[in-house]
Design a protein around this ligand. Structure first.
Ligand SMILES: Nc1nc2c(c(=O)[nH]1)N[C@H]1C(S)=C(S)[C@@H](COP(=O)(O)O)O[C@H]1N2
Ligand SMILES: [Mo]
Length: 367
């Protein structure tokens, strides 16, 4: 088991890479998995630690200037767990991806390291989520027509960095998105949310970076004016040379691809190896995936199979029969239905977010 104690579930090293309070899913251990990511395999991104919350005493408090009567937190509209469970339920499948997924390649591939968790490509998963539409709850709480933003806040400990207490994890979300397809989820892949993934209730914001999907939600502010938190003003926005000084808060993850293969894997010469992988985009289904087995000199279309929907990912494969022993570089490049295509390099940004360039995956062909 890994050493981190901020996560409750077991983290066998054959399934996870330890990143302090976070755990990355190992893509090379996923060959036997179906379309969805099982709960016990799902990556965990914790700013502090998984809290233990009793569903019996848990309450969701909805308040703010964007509600009829503008109640403050002390006069919030409250929902308990049983009430939420008795409201009409709704199910959706969605990829959840950390905005920093791929960050290690800013260093490894572009020689411009950044601070932050050095994820390879395993800070992503796909689950079926069930819960109540946030719209249902906001309507019951009396949301006004002039509400513009909501801010969900987690019940995990305050986030302290270099002696500065930034308060609880919270991030504004436009009312437009909150009323569209945002879910207050209490189930993940048919089971109650596991503690690490937000028990008893979390937000799921399909097509947005993972930080929008606040776990262990305890309160939601609804405001008739824009809201600010460090999670949209300092972090999770794109800043750096070549970007406007004010930056822009991250919303949809860009198109990416991954091989379900170990880094530096050994592949036999003269035999067929079926290369498998997945591609996804926060904006649209994936149109095509091309694979190169010779460092990018030539490309072949991979065969896509199974579901391929917006907010999901698509599985693909390509049989490969290498002949020459020695080091090889595999590349997979996806293009989505909006014509967004993975580039060879991405411009640097300070936070190391959104590494969506084609990743160069080294393997060794053995004779
Ligand atoms: N309350 C709370 N919500 C949170 C976080 C957190 O640390 N605390 N991390 C966010 C980030 S950065 C990501 S990527 C996702 C990760 O969700 P998971 O741990 O279920 O995979 O949760 C988001 N919601
Ligand atoms: Mo994240």
């Amino acid at each position: 088991m890994l050493s981190t104690s901020s996560i409750v579930k077991p983290l066998p090293p054959e399934w996870f890479v330890d990143h302090d309070t976070n755990a990355e899913m190992r893509w090379d251990a996923t060959a036997d998995l179906g379309y969805r990511t099982p709960n016990e395999r799902f990556f965990v991104r914790n700013h502090t630690a998984t809290p233990q919350i009793d569903a019996k005493t848990w309450r969701l408090r909805v308040f703010g200037s964007g509600l009829l009567g503008a109640p403050d937190l002390a006069h919030a509209i409250e929902f308990d767990y049983r009430q939420l469970r008795s409201l009409p339920s709704y199910e959706l499948e969605a990829v959840l991806e950390c905005a920093g997924n791929g960050r290690r390649f800013f260093a490894g591939q572009q020689h411009t390291p950044t601070e932050g968790t050095p994820w390879a490509l395993g800070a992503v998963g796909l689950a079926r989520w069930r819960g109540v539409r946030l719209a249902e709850v906001l309507n019951r709480a009396g949301i006004r027509d002039d509400a513009v933003e909501i801010m969900p806040q987690g019940l995990d400990a305050s986030y302290v960095e270099d002696g500065v207490d930034h308060g609880h994890v919270r991030r504004p979300l436009p009312v437009r998105k909150a009323l569209d397809d945002t879910l207050l989820a209490y189930e993940m892949n048919g089971d109650p949310l596991p503690p690490d993934h937000g028990f008893p209730v979390r937000l799921v914001v399909p097509g947005w970076v993972g930080v929008a999907s606040v776990k262990w939600v305890g309160q939601i502010e609804v405001a008739n004016h824009p809201l600010v938190s460090p999670w949209n003003s300092t972090w999770y926005r794109i800043t750096g040379p070549g970007y406007p000084p004010e930056g822009s808060p991250l919303t949809a993850p860009a198109v990416k691809s991954v091989f379900q293969l170990a880094w530096d894997a050994c592949v036999p010469a003269g035999a067929i190896t079926v290369l498998t992988g997945r591609s996804w985009s926060g904006k649209a289904p994936v149109r095509r995936v091309d694979v190169s087995t010779d460092g990018g000199q030539s490309w072949q279309p991979a065969q896509l199979h199974g579901p391929n929907r917006r907010d999901g990912w698509v599985r693909w494969e390509l049989p490969w029969r290498p002949t020459a022993p020695g080091p090889h570089t595999l590349l997979a490049r996806a293009v989505d239905e909006t014509d967004a295509e993975q580039p060879d390099t991405v411009p640097f940004n300070d936070g190391g977010y959104q590494f969506w360039a084609v990743v160069r995956h080294p393997v060794t062909v053995v004779g």
